[in-house]
Design a protein. Structure first.
Length: 462
């Protein structure tokens, strides 16, 4: 918001080629506001401004940009400027950028890194995509379990001169082979006498993430334990790096965005809405639309099967949208609740029976509420003369009420159980989108409605 207010002034300075004014303007901006401003400019103008910034400030602002803005900017900058920025940004942020870029561009950028940074980048990119290993940073402080506080303080002074660790408040205790044992707080080290052994300051907890674990595991662990940083180890327990909460927040936002998009009945987009190409947008949406269209064709088939009943009692067709939409709405509610509960760990696969029983009761009650409303509405309209449903209006009201109970119950059960089914076969429950559930309920709703109509109206209208 602040960046948008400053944009006109910045563009005026660029047009006037007032480079000294630009330098003063940029120096006074906090990095988040600077990144917001840079993201709103044309890549050519952004490239000019980044060249005027010190390398560390340029790298900080670059880290705050979206991946799509970063890619556009890399195309506009020369190799020297790109190398200066990529060698300054954090290792985990660099990996997150490189894995999103086209393979050819990634290869070019790797050649611009310093030998040390290239080694780290290749090591992180060697982990499976979507794993914790790709999000960890090697900038941590490890101390030996045999040390004293004096040894630790001496090591910290040397470490600060060589690098800028991102997890300095937590010092990880390892043995001579690098095996993670525990951790100590920097505060505990600072206030303890120099001769105090490290083993006397241990926190007594050994929380760690496996490098090969999926990134959703990291989100769950951070939420569960309320920490700001977690160590990452290999299969043997050797300390490899750390993952910080800012990376996890970015992952959580990305996962939530993908789930919301899938709930809408489309494949998750590869970037911000306005940055996704037209062809990609159509491809992402056409697949699900085609599947849902084919599913809805079953609805037409079902209606054709009951065409005789519709001809005999045309009044039944009036309530078709009411019946079908009620079932779809109840299914969408249930599937949204269960998908989110599975995502945050409120329920697990073992809870499917408890959820089934709960939705059985809730679906019946909700169906009953709508049944009363539907039944009363038909009788009220008939009594008030607003519509003539014929001499068998009470039976029609009973048919609609009974159908609402059945359809809403079926929708609730389907919407609740489908995410469990997909999770059990290792699929993302978010693909149990509201449109998919609604399509399934449309077909079943027709069958339920006309079956109950036949039972209730047989011998009268049917």
């Amino acid at each position: 918001m602040i960046g948008a207010l400053l944009l006109p002034e910045l563009r005026e300075l660029i047009r006037a080629r007032d480079f000294e004014g630009l330098r003063r303007f940029l120096r006074e901006l906090p990095v988040p506001d600077l990144a917001e401003v840079l993201g709103d400019l044309e890549p050519s103008d952004t490239a000019v401004l980044l060249r005027m910034l010190p390398p560390d400030q340029a790298a900080e602002a670059f880290e705050c940009l979206s991946h799509s803005d970063q890619e556009r900017l890399l195309q506009a900058l020369g190799d020297a400027e790109v190398a200066a920025i990529l060698n300054e940004i954090a290792d985990d942020d660099r990996t997150a950028l490189l894995e999103e870029l086209p393979a050819k561009l990634t290869q070019r950028l790797l050649t611009l890194l310093s030998p040390e940074n290239r080694k780290v980048a290749l090591a992180l990119l060697g982990y499976p995509k979507g794993s914790v290993g790709r999000r960890m940073s090697p900038d941590y402080v490890a101390i030996n379990e045999q040390w004293t506080v004096a040894d630790v303080l001496s090591h910290l002074r040397q470490t600060e001169q060589r690098q800028n660790p991102i997890a300095l408040n937590q010092l990880y205790v390892v043995d001579s082979s690098g095996l993670l044992k525990d951790w100590v707080r920097l505060h505990s080290v600072v206030i303890s006498p120099p001769t105090t052994p490290v083993v006397e300051l241990l926190e007594g907890t050994n929380l760690a993430l496996k490098a090969t674990a999926d990134q959703e595991t990291a989100v769950t662990e951070f939420r569960k334990y309320g920490v700001t940083v977690l160590p990452v180890v290999d299969s043997r327990g050797i300390l490899l790096g750390v993952v910080t909460v800012d990376d996890v927040l970015a992952l959580a936002e990305k996962e939530t965005t993908e789930d919301i998009q899938k709930l809408g009945g489309l494949d998750a987009l590869d970037g911000p809405y306005l940055d996704v190409g037209m062809a990609s947008m159509v491809r992402k949406r056409a697949g699900w639309l085609s599947v849902l269209f084919l599913g809805e064709m079953l609805t037409a088939t079902a209606m054709g099967h009951f065409s005789g009943e519709i001809e005999k009692a045309v009044v039944l067709s009036i309530f078709l949208p009411l019946i079908i939409s009620s079932g779809g709405n109840s299914g969408s509610q249930a599937t949204s609740l269960i998908i989110r509960s599975l995502a945050v760990g409120d329920v697990t696969l073992r809870d499917w029976w408890r959820v089934l029983r709960r939705e059985l009761a809730v679906g019946t009650i909700l169906g009953g509420v709508l049944a009363v409303l539907g039944f009363g509405r038909i009788l009220l309209w008939q009594w008030a003369g607003m519509y003539d449903y014929g001499p068998h209006h009470a039976l029609i009201a009973l048919t609609v009420g009974g159908s609402l109970v059945g359809v809403v119950l079926f929708g609730s059960l389907t919407g609740a159980m489908l995410p469990f089914l997909l999770r059990s076969v290792k699929m993302d429950p978010a693909v149990a989108s509201a449109p998919l559930v609604a399509t399934l309920v449309d077909v079943s709703g027709l069958v339920i409605y006309f079956t109950i109509a036949y039972w209730v109206l047989h011998g009268t209208l049917l």
